[in-house]
Design a protein around this ligand. Sequence first.
Ligand code: AMP
Length: 415
Amino acid sequence: MKVLVIGGGAREHALCRSLSQDPSVTELHCAPGNAGIAGVATVHPVDQLDGAQVAELAVRLGTDLVVVGPEAPLVAGVADAVRAAGIPVFGPSGAAAQLEGSKAFAKDVMAGAGVPTARSYVCTTPEEAAAALDAFGAPYVVKDDGLAAGKGVVVTSDREAALAHAAACERVVIEEYLDGPEVSLFAITDGTTVLPLQPAQDFKRALDGDEGPNTGGMGAYSPLPWAPDGLVEEVLDTVLQPTVDELRRRGTEFSGLLYAGLALTSRGTRVIEFNARFGDPETQVVLARLRTPLAGVLLASATGALDQLEPLRWDEGAAVTVVIASEGYPAAPRTGDPIEGLAEAEADGTAFVLHAGTKADEDGRVLSAGGRVLSVTATGADLAEARDRAYAAVDRISLKGGQHRTDIALKAATA
Ligand code: AMP
């Protein structure tokens, strides 16, 4: 199988790493990729938002499967362009990706499917926003309706700040605050059959102890020893399957990766958000534990054959990933700094480094090229071992001004 992955972050590096280990994959390509992905795939300088360019590349390479990683190309309709060229693609159509591209659309689908989520109002004027904030009370949750790369949500007890965020966005969803731990649950679907993966938890805030600003994600771990028994089955029955069925019923069939961001509240499990693609950094730990070769699973989603797939096999152990971000992330990340110690970090074979924002210079040195730079991942018999290995590897890497959290999976590993 010749596979082309679209994207260039640590999620795509994780996808490419798993695909490169699948014996059925004979050729692996990635566009645009990054310095780390170039080690396992042939990279191509293509504008990932341009469906025509991506489809042309896929046809030229004789690709059997295209895997679209990030949300922006999905919402831009890149999967549609590839499908129109007759090539199977893992990832939803632009219309179905609105599940992530518009919070208001997602809320409407959830209402239609009877999926439990926070009560909410869609607001377009300051008066509507003020009324919605007062209806729910503090803490306030204000979400930009459109795609905002993880930065569109403000959770605050400061009414003025909540109003200011609403005013800065064209259209917002204001909703009730959900308390309780968060879980990310991914499912692979072909539009009808839904196959949940193992749950993971990510860390959205920049600093230890969940302090500081929201980020794209600073680390993740799987499994969740504290999660209630039967959680995956419950979410499959009450969230994932009804959502996939509702989208099919509306004529916007959703195939690809359905990501449910959940809050386990005192009143039950609630959906915080849906995403239309693998989450980053949770993918790094979920794929580290998946034993079933990946390409066949993604192809079965792309070709509507998930019901014929054997049950997925999982590593019984644990995986932890720690993100190394550049100085100034998330507000004003500084790029262009050399990264040292990459080989040393992987030397003892217990950890591997996935590249998020990196590029190689003319001399082959690896430089930081984004806010999140690396996703250092390790597996182990349990979370404590995986965590120790991941942090030992992090300690061998140097990046000027680089920052990482020191408490990824700490509570879960010591509970
Ligand atoms: P989202 O982009 O919708 O995942 O939101 C980013 C983060 O904001 C989530 O991971 C939560 O930590 C937080 N958040 C979003 N919605 C709510 C809510 N209704 N109640 C509490 N926290 C929320």
